[in-house]
Design a protein around this ligand. Structure first.
Ligand code: ZN
Length: 448
C-alpha cells in the first residue's frame, strides 16, 4: 500500500516534514518514505491510499491503561463523595472488578479499543483485573485485540486484597498467558507480569511473583506504586520502608518494569527508579481526578529517566492526555517553562515507542523504513505555517483525537474517513449497555 499526497511527519531520531510525501507499506512494515512523485514513479502498481493533504504520522502508544474501567462511566456510587484514594479503590474499583464476568471483561475491552482506533492509539499496554473471573480473562481480551486489529500488551493485576486464592489465581493467569503469548508469536499481542499495587501485595506474594517469573525466564512487571500519600504511609507503617525502596528490595524493579504513577516518592526513591532503569508511567488526568498529587516529571526528565505517558483508563485520546500534562506541570510549579511541547512529544513519540519496541522487538514511533506500519492520518489544516521546528506546538494546541481520519495497524486499515467497517460499533455499544447494567447490579449488590 502506498499512502500518497500526505504531509508526512516522520518523528524518530531526526524528524522530517515531507510536504506532498508518501509512505510505502509492505506486509506489516514501512518500506520507504519519500516525496509522492518519487514513490509513485518507483511503485506504479502499488495500491494507493490518497491522504488528501492530511498529516501522516506514527500511531500512538499508551503506556498504561485499564480496559476494565469502561463500565465506571456514568455509574452511580452509593453514599457521600469518596474522600481519598483508598476510599476510591474500596468503593469504586475493587467492587467494580469483582462484578465483571466473562461478558463484562469482553465488552469493557471492546469499547476502549473502538475509541483507540478512532483516536489513533495503536498500541495499548493494559493492566487487567476481574477478581471473580480470572482464569482465561486475558484470553478474552486477546480475542478482542485480535478482532479489532490493534496491538496490546496484556497482564493480570495480582493482589492480596481478596485473599490468597485470588492472588494465586492471578499469578497463574500471568504465567499461563506469558507462555501462551510466546507460543502464539503474534506480532500484535505481547504479555508481561501484572501486579496491582504496592499497597495490596504482601512481601510473600511479591516474592512468589518474582520466583514464578524467574521460573519462566520472564523479566519485568507492570505495577502501580506511590499513587499518592496513602501508599507511602502504608508502606512505612507496615514494612518500615518507603514504597519504591521496598519494591527494589523485593526484586520488582528493573529495566523491563513499568511503575505507574510514582507520585509520592522522595529523592532517594527517584534515584532508585533511575538506577534500576524503570519505565515510569505518568497519567495526569487520573492523578488530578483522584486528587493524589502531581508526579515530579520535570525532575525525572532532567535525570533522563524513562518517563512514558499512559491514560489509566481515561479515554484513549492521547492528544488530550498530552494537553493535560502540558498544562498541569506549569500550573503545579508556577513556571511556564517546565515541560515544553517538544519535550512532551519526545516522551509520547520516542519513550512510549521504545517501551513498545521492548515488547514487540520492532521499531515504533517513526515513519522510517523498517518501522512497524502503525500509521495515522490526521485531518489538520494548519492556520499558521507548520514546520519541523514548530510541529509540537501545533499538536499541543490544535490536535485532538477526533481529528484522526484513518488508522492503520501492522499495515491493515482499521479506520478510513472515520468508518471502522470490520466492527459493528452500534451493536457493540448496545450490547455494552446491557452488560454494564448487569455489572452495575452486581456492583450495587456488594454495596448493599
Ligand atoms: Zn492504573
Amino acid at each position: 500500500m502506498l499512502i500518497t499526497n500526505g504531509r508526512v511527519l516522520t518523528f524518530g531520531e531526526q524528524p522530517r516534514l515531507i510536504e506532498n510525501g508518501a509512505v510505502l507499506i509492505q506486509d506489516e512494515r514501512i518500506v520507504a518514505v519519500d516525496f509522492s512523485h518519487v514513490l509513485e514513479e518507483k511503485y506504479p502498481t502499488e495500491e494507493r491510499l490518497d491522504a488528501q493533504g492530511m498529516l501522516v504520522m506514527p500511531g500512538l502508544v499508551v503506556s498504561h491503561t485499564h480496559f476494565y474501567g469502561t463500565f465506571a462511566r456514568g455509574m452511580y456510587i452509593p453514599g457521600p463523595p469518596m474522600k481519598d484514594f483508598p476510599e476510591i479503590l474500596q468503593r469504586l474499583w475493587w467492587p467494580l472488578d469483582r462484578a465483571l464476568d466473562e461478558e463484562g471483561v469482553r465488552y469493557s475491552a471492546y469499547v476502549p479499543m473502538l475509541d483507540a482506533i478512532r483516536y489513533g492509539a495503536t498500541t495499548l499496554i493494559d493492566h487487567h483485573a476481574s477478581n471473580r473471573f480470572i482464569d482465561g480473562s486475558l484470553d478474552v481480551i486477546a480475542d478482542v485485540v485480535q478482532e479489532t486489529g490493534l496491538r496490546a500488551v496484556l497482564c493480570y493485576e495480582v493482589s492480596d486484597r481478596d485473599g490468597l486464592e485470588v492472588a494465586l489465581a492471578g499469578i497463574r493467569e500471568n504465567v499461563r498467558f506469558i507462555k501462551k503469548a510466546r507460543d502464539m508469536a503474534n506480532p500484535r499481542i505481547a504479555a508481561t507480569f501484572g501486579l496491582h499495587a504496592a499497597l495490596t501485595l504482601s512481601d510473600d506474594t511479591l516474592d512468589r511473583c518474582v520466583a514464578e517469573a524467574e521460573a519462566i525466564s520472564h523479566r519485568g512487571f507492570h505495577i502501580h506504586a506511590a499513587e499518592g500519600p496513602a501508599d507511602r504511609e502504608h508502606s512505612l507503617a507496615t514494612y518500615g520502608l518507603p514504597t519504591i525502596e521496598r519494591l527494589a528490595q523485593r526484586g520488582i524493579l528493573g529495566p523491563q518494569t513499568i511503575v505507574a504513577h510514582a507520585i509520592d516518592i522522595d529523592a532517594w526513591e527517584m534515584a532508585t527508579l533511575r538506577e534500576a532503569g524503570v519505565w515510569v508511567s505518568h497519567q495526569p488526568r487520573s492523578n488530578m481526578n483522584n486528587g493524589v498529587g502531581v508526579a515530579d516529571i520535570p525532575t525525572m526528565l532532567r535525570g533522563h529517566m524513562k518517563v512514558v505517558l499512559g491514560n489509566d483508563g481515561f479515554s484513549n485520546d492521547m492528544f488530550e492526555e498530552m494537553r493535560v500534562a502540558y498544562l498541569l506541570h506549569k500550573s503545579a510549579r508556577n513556571d511556564p517553562r517546565v515541560l515544553p511541547a517538544d519535550q512532551l512529544l519526545d516522551i509520547v513519540m520516542n519513550n512510549n515507542a521504545s517501551l513498545a519496541q521492548q515488547f514487540f522487538g520492532q521499531p515504533f514511533g517513526t515513519l522510517e523504513p523498517g518501522a512497524v506500519a502503525d500509521v495515522i492520518l490526521v485531518d489538520y489544516d494548519p492556520p499558521t505555517p507548520l514546520s519541523v521546528e514548530n510541529f509540537p506546538w501545533h499538536i499541543m494546541f490544535g490536535f485532538d483525537g477526533r481529528k484522526v481520519d484513518t488508522t492503520i495497524v501492522a499495515g491493515r486499515i482499521l479506520m478510513r474517513h472515520g468508518a471502522i467497517p470490520h466492527l459493528d460499533a452500534e451493536r457493540i455499544y448496545a450490547r455494552s449497555r446491557e452488560v454494564a447494567q448487569q455489572v452495575w447490579e452486581r456492583f450495587w449488590a456488594q454495596s448493599a
